[in-house]
Design a protein around this ligand. Structure first.
Ligand code: ZN
Length: 86
C-alpha cells in the first residue's frame, strides 16, 4: 500500500481502507468484496493502486469456481427523473 499518498482532488491525506467494489466489463457486473483502497480523510474519495485494479479485473473476469458466486444480490433499477420544484 502506498504510504503518504495525497488526494489529487483536495490534497488531503489518505488512509488505508477496505471496500466492496462493483467491477464492470460489458454487461457483466461483479461485486468484489474486501478490496484494499486508500481513502481521502477530507473528501472521502477512493484511490485504487494499479496492482489492485489488475487483481480486481482478473477476479471479475475469471470463470466461477465450484460453489461460486458466494452470494447473488438483487438490485432495484430506477430511471433518473429530474426533480420538479413547485
Ligand atoms: Zn480528497
Amino acid at each position: 500500500m502506498i504510504k503518504g499518498y495525497k488526494c489529487y482532488h483536495c490534497g488531503g491525506d489518505t488512509e488505508p481502507d477496505v471496500v466492496d467494489h462493483e467491477a464492470r466489463w460489458g454487461e457483466q457486473r461483479v461485486l468484489v468484496r474486501g478490496v484494499p483502497v486508500l481513502r481521502c480523510v477530507r473528501c472521502h474519495e477512493l484511490f485504487f493502486e494499479p496492482a489492485v485494479l489488475d487483481v480486481i479485473k482478473k477476479i471479475a473476469r475469471e470463470e466461477p469456481k465450484p460453489g461460486e458466486p458466494e452470494i447473488v444480490i438483487r438490485m432495484p433499477v430506477r430511471s433518473y427523473e429530474p426533480v420538479v420544484n413547485p
